[in-house]
Design a protein around this ligand. Structure first.
Ligand code: 5GP
Ligand code: ZN
Length: 112
């Protein structure tokens, strides 16, 4: 989608520090990390929210969860990690292209 920062990262039009990519998802370092390791897992297909899921998108997300689990140790997350999906402005979503935050590399607190 035009003017979507994550679509531009997917297309390689904006540089990013990618740690994984396949035909369905890309995982790259967050530009403003909130933990020692802060990655973003982004489906290549543009859609904004979980309320827009369909059968294929559900499959891509389920496969993404499996890929994250298997690759986490290689990203320095062998001790554990947190997955966060912000939905809507009140949750702090700033980029309207669905993404999973992957946070870890340190002991995490729990704040709302
Ligand atoms: P949200 O607030 O929508 O849940 O998360 C958006 C995330 O994208 C933020 O953590 C922000 O730092 C990250 N971000 C925004 N623009 C860029 C960018 O151009 N490159 C990278 N690597 N991360 C970005
Ligand atoms: Zn997009």
């Amino acid at each position: 989608m035009k003017d979507c920062v994550f679509c531009k990262i997917v297309a390689g039009e904006i540089p990013s520090a990618k740690v994984y990519e396949d035909g369905e998802i890309v995982v790259f370092k967050d530009i403003a990390p909130l933990a020692k390791v802060h990655l973003l897992c982004v489906p290549k297909e543009h859609y904004a929210r979980l309320s827009e899921l369909n059968g294929e998108r559900k499959r891509v997300l389920a496969d993404a969860a499996e890929k994250i689990a298997s690759l986490a140790p290689s990203w320095g997350l062998g001790e554990g990690y947190r997955l966060v999906v912000n939905q809507g402005e009140s949750a702090g979503q700033t980029v309207p292209h669905l993404h999973i935050h992957i946070l870890g590399g340190e002991t995490l607190g729990w704040e709302k």
